[in-house]
Ligand binder design. Structure first.
Ligand SMILES: O=C(O)c1ccccc1N[C@@H]1O[C@H](COP(=O)(O)O)[C@@H](O)[C@H]1O
Length: 216
């Protein structure tokens, strides 16, 4: 079974649709230096996080420029987990964890296998994405799922697969990489920043959760 995070939610209606469709986690993107229709400001992120019900992990996704900024975002928005894009080292990630006590998910580009091994003991999960040159996600690009499957085998941390996933390809991606979880942003949108609720529900079903429940 792959857990699912629906990322880049910008309003309450999309949050409710993702929760009703059975997502395990939701993601709110704030303070990123790239132009994305999925970004919300800190106060919007805080409001959406407060609306997220218990048993659904509210994740703040950011590209904070300094560890102190990351700590400040967590204190202001109060998420359950923090997903970082960018190049903080082990010491900086350790500082953020110690200051906030939050579950830390570090995004790694699929080509950075050495970095994944280096950070394996430092974070709570590694998210393997197809990032752009700035380290941002939301590219809609897939990568080599078999290579991510090798990371799943070799790393201790839970591995989350992201990058170009859609309702049509997520089942195949899960069967090849066998990740702990999958993460999608642009692949379930009706338009930039707005989710297609049918696509969200189909993505969650196709990631295998519904199938697993029926088999129990
Ligand atoms: O979605 C964005 O615009 C974004 C911007 C900056 C950092 C992270 C971002 N999104 C993350 O990237 C993954 C993959 O996106 P996609 O499914 O390929 O569109 C997404 O799940 C977010 O965690």
């Amino acid at each position: 079974m792959a857990r699912v995070k629906i990322c880049g939610l910008t309003d309450s209606a999309d949050l409710r649709a993702a929760v009703e469709a059975g997502t395990d986690a939701v993601g709110f993107i704030s303070e990123v230096p790239v132009d994305t229709p999925r970004e919300v400001d800190r106060s919007q992120a805080a409001a959406l996080i407060a609306e997220t019900p218990p048993f659904v992990t509210a994740t703040l996704v950011t590209m904070a420029e300094t560890p102190e900024e990351a700590v400040s975002i967590v204190r202001t928005t109060r998420p359950d987990a923090l997903q970082l894009h960018g190049s903080f080292d082990s010491e900086e990630l350790g500082f953020i964890r110690a200051e906030t006590g939050i579950k830390l998910i570090q995004t790694i580009d699929h080509t950075e296998t050495d970095r994944a091994a280096e950070l394996d003991q430092v974070v709570d999960a590694l998210l393997i994405d197809s990032t752009d040159e700035s380290g941002a996600g939301g590219t809609g690009e897939t990568h080599d799922w078999a290579a991510t499957g090798e990371l799943v085998e070799s790393l201790t941390s839970p591995v989350i697969l992201a990058g170009g996933l859609t309702p049509d390809n997520v089942a195949e991606a899960v069967s090849i990489a066998a990740p702990f979880g999958v993460d999608v942003a642009s692949g379930v949108e009706a338009e930039g920043g707005i989710k297609d609720h049918t696509a969200v529900a189909t993505f969650i079903q196709n990631a295998g959760r519904e199938l697993e429940v029926r088999q129990l």
